[in-house]
Design a protein around this ligand. Structure first.
Ligand SMILES: Nc1nc2c(ncn2[C@@H]2O[C@H](COP(=O)(O)OP(=O)(O)OP(=O)(O)O)[C@@H](O)[C@H]2O)c(=O)[nH]1
Ligand SMILES: [Mg+2]
Length: 509
């Protein structure tokens, strides 16, 4: 029975779509191979490395970590216990002694054995826990080096974990961020990243991009037959939704940066307004010298506190004024330098006296500079415990304060301190979204830059698509976007990128 033309055409489409589907699947698999496989060209040194994995100094215990093909035999060379290392099952702990090359005991140790591939690095690994003494830990490390291990470089264990496909690059970076986290929010976001929250989102976006590319590229193969099966609208719609997802991630960076780096808050104002008193009140300790003499603080004083799960670096500075005193003048110069790069400028007024002309000029200059930089400014009216309400000095600078928040406090009685803390947290977060859908916060400048480049490339692809150019051109931009996105998880990365990332780690990690 012969088919009518419409049936023939339908059959052809079914056939093409089958080809598209199966080819697209293969294509997707090839493009989304695990990072380790794509990095086979990157230098992977398979020798055995060893390092002290705990901080230098004295403590309860220290850990010497050995990883590589020779880890078991090197550990066996020094370990003496009821069971020999080669008889130990993976993930078991064994008590024994560790001896030097003359057979003299260095310390009693517990050997933890991890057999490949189920270890942090993916290689055979032994961790020797010894007493936390600087000298003896170093002796154990030296013994492992004499037995054939090489001293590990910074981050080399994690680099191996990445190269062996145990974790991707975003997760490896999260390890360093987790170690360096100094606040609750930094800790939470790096832990989520280590657990693959960001990597999973990136994989999803990559899959969708690859799908679009494969559709566009396969269309070209059938262009001669005059068939266009790619629905332009469908690809455009997919791209728009991907760009909006990426933009959603990008907007979390301004807050993510603060999670990671903390917030620099500079306390500024005329001498004697109570800046050092406020610093002490916030820290709840007698950190800075406070006297009734104007010009007490000369050096910059920096201390950190945690507010709302964020880390704030408080910077107390010399009171700004014209002075003949050489030391104070240098203090004022340093103060101005530090005020010029803070995230939040706290300008303090003394509630017991009017604001003089020199002070108004200084406040105006400082606020203008802060506004120009796009940083935040907060006014604090201090000494309200002894202020006469009818002589409120805020009125003297109302033309400036009306653009900013004003909090009334007493650094002495701590009145208003909670409101100030809340305001600082609000200003730090700048009413910006702190997480995208799925609870992801971008905290890393490298990820931000890669996402930005991806969004730009996809934007170009959309433009090309909308001017009706051939799918070939659109695919070029999509591929650039895909490559930029791949940099985040390490699917597309160079030795230089890797070296710069892993050099941030400590030795032993
Ligand atoms: N009553 C009252 N006195 C305060 C308050 N805050 C500060 N003072 C007093 O004001 C004086 C100056 O305080 P400081 O904290 O040294 O002021 P400062 O701004 O650091 O001064 P410089 O370091 O000289 O720039 C001290 O005598 C403080 O005890 C407050 O809230 N109430
Ligand atoms: Mg002071």
């Amino acid at each position: 029975m012969t088919k009518n033309p419409a049936e023939k055409k339908a059959g052809f489409f079914v056939c093409i779509l089958t080809v598209v589907n199966s080819s697209a699947n293969l294509y997707i698999q090839l493009l989304l191979k695990p990072p380790a496989k794509q990095n086979v060209s990157l230098a992977y040194e398979s020798d055995t490395i060893a390092a002290i994995a705990t901080p230098e100094g004295e403590g309860g215990i220290s850990v010497v970590r050995i990883s590589g093909d020779g880890a078991m035999s090197i550990a066996a060379g020094g370990f003496r216990g009821a069971t020999t290392i080669d008889k130990m099952s993976s993930h078991t702990a064994h008590y024994g002694r560790f001896v030097d090359e003359q057979g003299k005991t260095i310390d009693n140790v517990v050997a933890l054995v991890f057999r490949r591939p189920n270890s942090y690095t993916g290689e055979d690994t032994v961790e020797l826990s010894c007493h936390g003494g600087r000298y003896l830990t170093k002796r154990i490390l030296e013994a492992t080096l004499r037995l054939g291990a090489r001293a590990a470089q910074a981050g080399e264990f994690t680099k191996r974990a990445f190269l062996n496909g145990r974790i991707d690059l975003a997760q490896a970076e999260a390890v360093a961020d987790l170690i360096h986290a100094r606040s609750e929010r930094a800790h939470q976001s790096s832990l989520a990243q280590l657990n693959g929250v960001l990597s999973d989102r990136i994989s999803l976006v990559r899959e969708r991009l690859v799908e679009s590319i494969s559709l566009l590229e396969l269309e070209l193969d059938f262009a001669e037959e005059g068939y266009r099966f790619t629905e332009k609208e469908r690809v455009a719609g997919q791209l728009k939704s991907t760009v909006s997802q990426i933009n959603d991630l990008l907007t979390t960076y301004s807050v993510g940066k603060i999670y990671r780096d903390g917030v620099k808050v500079a306390l500024a104002g005329a001498p004697n307004v109570g800046k050092s008193s406020l610093l002490n009140a916030l820290l709840q300790e007698d950190r800075a010298i406070v006297t009734e003499i104007p010009g007490t603080t000369r050096d910059i004083i920096e201390e950190s506190i945690s507010l709302g799960g964020l880390l704030f670096d408080l910077i107390d500075t010399a009171g700004i004024r014209e002075t003949e005193d050489l030391v104070e003048r240098e203090g004022v110069r340093r103060a101005e330098e530090r005020l010029s790069n803070c995230d939040i400028l706290v300008l303090m007024l003394d509630g017991t006296r009017a604001v003089g002309a020199e002070e108004v000029a200084a406040i105006s200059r400082l606020t203008n500079a802060v506004e120009q930089r796009g940083a935040s400014c907060v006014f604090v009216l201090n000494k309200i415990d002894i202020m006469e309400p009818e002589r409120n000095p805020v009125l003297d600078v109302e033309h400036i304060t009306r653009r900013h928040d004003v909090v009334e406090i007493s650094a002495r009685t701590h009145q208003g301190l909670e409101s100030l803390k809340e305001l600082l947290v609000r200003k730090a977060l700048r009413d910006m979204p702190s997480t995208s859908e799925g609870g992801i916060t971008i905290t890393n400048a490298r990820h931000f830059s890669a996402l930005k480049r991806t969004a730009d490339s996809l934007g170009l692809a959309l433009e090309t698509l909308e001017c009706g150019k051939s799918g070939e051109f659109v695919a070029v931009d999509l591929r650039a976007g895909l490559d930029a996105l791949g940099e985040i998880v390490g699917a597309t990365s160079t030795d230089d990128i890797l070296n710069s990332i892993f050099s941030r780690f400590c030795i032993g990690k």
